[in-house]
Design a protein around this ligand. Structure first.
Ligand SMILES: NC(=O)c1ccc[n+]([C@@H]2O[C@H](COP(=O)([O-])OP(=O)(O)OC[C@H]3O[C@@H](n4cnc5c(N)ncnc54)[C@H](OP(=O)(O)O)[C@@H]3O)[C@@H](O)[C@H]2O)c1
Length: 285
């Protein structure tokens, strides 16, 4: 039996859709069953609880032999993920898969990748079999950019001359479902899968050009002031910690400390290319 976490969010939800499409029966741990009602109607076995609550995690893990750990970014991420790992190890979970990030590279001083590194380390030390799935910069990060590019003719982000490889959320979910349901599961143990879509690594001038082609009007990259950007994104984030952490992550991209790196891991395991940025943007216009 598979346990998913985070199914009311992006990647957990995409994984749940992909598992249902494969006819897989699975369980999900959710904080608010009302938010998961549509999943329950489709046959998902819902357990109510918090990832940080050992009793709820133990209930959710009964009879489970593989689990996906997904957490949003926040000052609590490391604490909650490490707590889940501890309870899963004590409960005897055989195989844990963690959604992580390719920016989780030692030497970073940015809080988001540091939390991922701490959780990856806890998993490696746990004795459980593990797999890390680390999608590159989500194409969905540009969801709001299309609307604002139409209004302003600009893609305003403080990314300097930094570069990114891009991944579609749905591809990440399909990849995770593929690995979780592979009958030869042992070949995924101890693997760290950095996945990307098929596009070459792009700078933000190239992303702006792609958005312009999608909406049929020129869009220029505006390498805006990081502080002004942080103030602009603040309403979309949970608190000051979150918008500051995103700003620090973007500063590492802008400085080219974490340059984009395209991989063919998705193509190799899935036998098909992932969705391109052009294909993704076409769904928004
Ligand atoms: N953005 C990028 O470009 C990028 C790239 C690579 C990796 N990542 C990583 O992707 C992760 C975020 O994934 P996402 O976008 O799928 O997140 P998301 O959409 O924010 O979803 C987070 C999920 O976690 C659940 N959750 C939060 N706290 C919980 C708790 N204490 N107990 C149980 N469930 C809890 C949420 O449930 P509720 O509905 O109850 O809130 C929600 O279902 C981050 O770790 C980030 O670093 C991001």
């Amino acid at each position: 039996m598979i346990l998913l976490t985070g199914i009311t969010g992006n990647i957990g939800g995409a994984t749940a859709r992909a598992l249902l499409a494969r006819g897989e029966h699975f369980r999900a741990l959710v904080r608010d069953p009302v938010k998961a009602a549509a999943w329950a109607e489709q046959g998902v076995d819902i357990v109510q609880g918090d990832l940080e609550d050992p009793a709820a995690v133990r209930r959710a893990l009964a009879g489970v032999d593989r689990a996906l750990l997904v957490m949003p970014n926040g000052e609590f991420q490391e604490r909650v993920e490490v707590s889940f790992v501890r309870t899963a190890r004590e409960a005897g979970l055989p195989w844990i898969m963690k959604l992580s990030s390719p920016e989780a590279v030692r030497g970073t001083t940015s809080p988001i990748p540091l939390a991922h590194i701490a959780a990856e380390d806890a998993i490696r030390a746990s004795g459980m079999s593990w797999t890390f799935v680390r999608p590159s910069f989500y194409m969905q990060n540009f969801r709001g950019s299309v609307k604002s590019a139409r209004a302003t003719g600009k893609l305003s982000m403080p990314m300097g001359s930094g570069t990114v490889a891009l991944t579609d959320n749905n591809d990440a979910g399909e990849f995770i479902a593929h690995v979780l349901t592979d009958p030869e599961s042992a070949r995924h143990h101890g693997q760290c899968y950095d996945i990307t879509g098929p596009d070459p690594v792009m700078n933000f001038h190239q992303v702006a050009q792609a958005i312009g082609e999608a909406i049929g009007q020129p869009v220029a990259y505006d390498d805006c002031d990081p502080k002004a950007f942080q103030a602009a994104i603040r309403p979309f984030h949970r608190n000051e910690w979150h918008s500051d952490a995103v700003a620090r992550l973007f500063a590492e991209i802008a400085d080219d400390r974490t340059p984009g790196h395209r991989t063919d891991t998705f193509q190799q395991l899935m036998g098909r290319p992932g969705r391109s940025l052009k294909e993704y943007l076409a769904t928004l216009v």
